[in-house]
Design a protein around this ligand. Structure first.
Ligand code: GDP
Ligand code: IMO
Ligand code: MG
Length: 433
């Protein structure tokens, strides 16, 4: 059985949760490997909707072990609330395993995230304000608090003291906040430790066993290629690497353990937060896409910026991830239009045409999209379940994407529900008949 990494191919919210849920039924393990509760992954099961921020999207299958890997940053109050919420809905969470090496988001990380953004003013990144950036900063500075530290009060207190010391100045406006009191914080986090202890495990070894047994393992990416701290539109990015290569680092496996990489992209493009977005539609058409696609953030509720599909950035995402297949979601949202535009190259400031993603931020900021207009379709495709059901123009649009990206499309989404998919090629061998 192969192992497969599912990653976002645009700026996030492509429908990774739905794709992971689809493939997870036969998986022994589903593992998150980066990001934190900045993610919001939606799964629609009949009348029920689940939104996961930290817990992997395989949790609805009792036979699947869900791992929160070492590369994830965990806000323990969010994780415990998510566990409680699932239990209340009758979901068995006993198969959840949390890496002892994962870093913890602390109350001061939340405050610093807000303070940094306020300081940037008009230049703000538009973060989710979940403390992600400051937590990864502390990890790199070797001032992080890890899950295993929750099991020893003395060590925990010492580490919190050491971590807070260099932040005194920045934290001064919050000094009266009771959440910053050393003793209260230690006590609070020890309580979280008590709650989470049963889930703490050597998750890398658990993954090695599943891989060695030849079982299906899914690595669930959060965020997306263009939000990658190295390869994305820096500084308007998140503070981790959402690309497929990070699955190895963030879960503790080697590159040869990965056999497939699936990139998830919408049939158009969206972005939450600030930063360049060449195909953005700042007009009625963009508003129409937002309303029809329900483009409001899963985590923060913010309206998402919307635009046409950008094949320059999608080609780039395919390359840096080493994608073996694409999943194109929300094709249904594009129905009812005479024309669908798709960006195939950029025009730079000096008039040159660029068909590769520019490495220089200034070039990207000034890039204007060059579009190809394709004929749309009027039919409602939400009921389509086979390639033959799709309007010819919808299929032509998908073939155009495949040709320009150079990666085959495995499946498309025609609605939010689990069964609203069409397999484009052969039905994946990753799934049971
Ligand atoms: P993720 O962060 O990549 O998991 O994506 P989100 O859950 O944040 O956002 C995707 C949204 O699109 C969710 O509301 C999904 O229920 C919805 N969705 C996923 N696939 C489709 C699709 O094919 N069609 C439509 N209309 N909605 C979809
Ligand atoms: P999923 O996994 C969309 C964006 C934020 C902001 C930038 C940095 O649901 O696709 P951060 O809080 O990470 O420091 O914010 O990244 N962002 C996302 N946008 N989907 C996400 O996750 C995101 N996670 C972070 O809006 O622009
Ligand atoms: Mg999301």
């Amino acid at each position: 059985m192969p192992s497969i990494v599912i990653v976002g191919a645009q700026w996030g919210d492509e429908g990774k949760g739905k794709v992971v849920d689809l493939l997870a039924e036969n998986a022994r393990v589903v593992a998150r490997f980066q990001g934190g509760n900045n993610a919001g992954h939606t799964i629609v099961r009949g009348e029920e909707t689940f939104k996961f921020h930290l817990i992997p999207s395989g949790i609805l299958y009792p036979g699947t072990t869900c791992v929160i890997g070492n590369g994830v940053v965990i806000d323990p109050s969010v994780l415990t609330a998510e566990i409680d919420g699932l239990r209340d809905r009758g979901v068995d969470v006993s198969n959840l395993r949390v890496s002892a090496n994962a870093h913890l988001i602390m109350p001061y990380h939340l405050m610093l995230d807000r303070a940094h953004e306020a300081k940037l003013g008009k230049l703000e990144i538009g973060t989710t304000k979940r403390g992600i950036g400051p937590c990864y900063s502390d990890k790199a500075a070797r001032l992080g608090i890890r899950v295993q530290d929750l099991l020893d009060e003395k060590i925990l207190k010492q580490k919190i003291m050491a971590a807070m010391e260099p932040k005194r100045l920045m934290l001064r406006p919050f000094e009266r906040d009771p959440a910053l009191d050393l003793h209260a914080m230690t006590e609070q986090y020890m309580l979280h430790g008590n709650r989470l202890e049963q889930h703490i495990a050597d998750t890398a070894s658990l993954l090695h066993r599943a891989l060695d047994d030849g079982e299906l393992v899914i690595f669930e990416g959060a965020q997306a290629a263009l939000l990658d701290i190295d390869h994305g539109t820096y500084p308007f990015v998140t503070s981790s690497n959402p690309v497929a290569g990070a699955a190895c680092v963030g879960a503790g496996v080697g590159p040869r353990d990965i056999t497939e990489v699936w990139g998830v992209a919408k049939a158009y493009a969206t972005r939450v937060g600030a930063g360049p977005f060449p195909t953005e539609l700042d007009d009625d058409l963009g508003e129409d896409l937002r309303q029809r696609g329900g483009e409001f953030g899963t985590t923060t509720g913010r309206p998402r910026r919307t635009g046409w599909l950008d094949l320059v950035s999608l080609r780039y995402a395919a390359r840096i991830n080493g994608m073996t297949a694409l999943a194109i979601t929300k094709l249904d949202v594009l129905g009812g239009r005479d024309t669908i535009r798709v960006c195939t190259s950029y025009r730079t400031d000096d008039g040159a045409e660029l068909d590769t993603f520019p490495y220089h931020q200034t070039v990207l900021h000034h890039a204007t999209p060059i579009y190809t207009d394709l004929p749309g379709w009027q039919e409602d495709i939400t009921g389509c379940r086979a390639v033959e059901d799709l309007p010819a123009n919808a299929l032509a649009y998908l073939r155009f994407i495949e040709e320009h990206v150079g990666v085959p499309i495995a499946l498309i989404g025609v609605g939010p529900a689990r069964d609203q998919i069409v397999w484009l090629g052969e039905r994946s061998p990753l799934l049971a008949a």
